[in-house]
Design a protein around this ligand. Sequence first.
Ligand code: HEC
Length: 126
Amino acid sequence: MKKIFALVMVMIFIVSAEGMSTAELRPLSKVMVHRLAQMTKLLVYLALGDFDNVKVNADSFAATVKADTAGLPSEPLKAANTNLDKAIEGFSQAVRKKDPPPEIISKFGGIMAACYGCHSKFRDPK
Ligand code: HEC
């Protein structure tokens, strides 16, 4: 059952990665589509129970997010981006410490909360 779930996740990831032609997108949209792909990748490795790859990918994701902060146009946006960076680092630490699965899942939810935290404030509300 777990294997079937993992396989479905991998297929979703491959399909979304192939549909990901970002050439026409504005710079921030490109960053965001990449973030979505990174989240999917973390889910795939979680589903496969491949914690080494979860950790490696979470760390490179956190580094990319951190590097994005300087280019953002306002302090509130920078703060929201730093929240995301910290949430990913917290998740990565939980994985490294081999925290119990509910703890790891909760930290993954924390990453999503950091995505939504920024979207709810800074995207067009309509
Ligand atoms: C610092 C603020 C901020 C954070 C944090 C953030 N986003 Fe975004 N996101 C935005 C903004 C602003 C837009 C709208 C961009 C535009 O329309 O130019 C957006 C748009 C998007 C889009 C739509 C892109 C498109 O144009 O097709 C996706 C997908 C997305 N974000 C995913 C994510 C994911 C996944 C995360 C967390 C891992 C995340 N974002 C974290 C600010 C943020």
